[in-house]
Design a binder for this molecule. Structure first.
Ligand code: HXC
Length: 259
């Protein structure tokens, strides 16, 4: 797929998406958000794609936030529309995707950049990454789900401290409070994400999607137990359930079709 602000390619069933605005530290302008919405929809509907790795170009930044230069003319209604549209088309779209998304946080993940990483299902950070939600330094608050997802990931006290002080934290601190899953040297960042997706790729795709959906229902207070029960039942209707059980009984490796 040809985009202006993203590099995207599928290799061995993994979709690699790189936000490519290095001079602006990969800040999310409107065009980048529209392209992200497109590539997220593509990932969701393309059977070949079994997982997504999202990162930023260069060694300095994953994403340094929403593009501040686009904000200056906004009024309240436009601000609300910006947040709603972004949440619907990009941030919630990632979280609700049937495909697992891993954020490979290769540097600054600030404001909308950290919100983007938090919308992903798993976060890996390079050891030089810095993470924060500095919106209050601009007279704003997080608008792409940051107040909700940071609280879910690190708890109320840490979330209030990070958001109200606007302090950036190191990758090591982020790992300590559960904001990122792993911290690795920059050279190992993508291979660590691949290592995880290569395991996920061996599992039954519909079961993987169903499990993520039930977990997300839990954190969003959206009838998690009922979601789990219904999704559990649907798993029995899949060809992959039959394949998984047959493979176990026949003592061989399962070969899942995703159906
Ligand atoms: C637009 C940005 C940008 C951003 C950096 N740049 N962040 N442009 N929007 N969010 C641009 C700079 O203007 C500069 O371009 C170039 O990238 C390099 O940045 P510098 O500031 O010169 O680099 P450095 O001194 O190393 O500082 C790095 C930094 C700083 C600490 C990451 O750039 C910074 O604080 N950026 C803003 C972070 C932030 O506040 N993010 C939250 C945004 S609000 P020029 O052309 O000037 O050289 C948000 C709201 C989300 O995300 C919710 C919306 C609904």
């Amino acid at each position: 797929m040809a985009y202006q602000n993203l590099i995207s390619e599928v290799k061995e069933n993994i979709l690699y998406v790189t936000i490519n605005r290095e001079k602006a530290l990969n800040a999310l302008n409107k065009d980048t958000l529209a392209e992200l919405a497109d590539v997220i929809a593509y990932a969701g509907k393309t059977e070949e794609v079994r997982g997504v790795i999202l990162t930023g170009t260069g060694e300095k930044a994953f994403v340094a936030g929403a593009d501040i230069k686009e904000f200056s003319e906004y009024n309240g209604k436009q601000g609300e529309e910006l947040a709603k549209r972004g949440q619907d088309e990009v941030f919630n779209a990632i979280e609700n995707s049937p495909k697992p998304f891993i954020a490979a946080v290769n540097g600054f993940a600030l404001g909308g950049g950290l919100e983007l990483a938090m919308a992903c299902h798993i976060r890996i950070a390079s050891d030089n990454a810095k993470l924060g939600l500095p919106e209050v330094t601009l007279g704003l608050i997080p608008g792409y789900g940051g107040t909700q997802r940071l609280t879910q990931l690190v708890g109320k006290g840490k979330a209030i401290e990070m958001i109200t002080t606007a302090n950036m934290i190191t990758a090591a601190e982020a790992e300590k409070i559960g904001l990122v899953n792993h911290v690795v040297p920059p050279t190992d960042l993508i291979s660590k994400a691949e290592e995880i997706l290569n395991l996920v790729k061996q599992r039954a795709p519909l079961a993987v999607s169903a499990a993520i959906k039930a977990i997300i229902a839990s954190v969003n207070n959206d009838n998690g137990y009922t979601t789990e029960i219904e999704a559990f039942g649907r798993c029995f209707e899949t060809a992959d359930f039959k394949e998984g059980v047959s493979a176990f009984v026949e003592k061989r490796k399962a070969n899942f079709s995703g159906h």
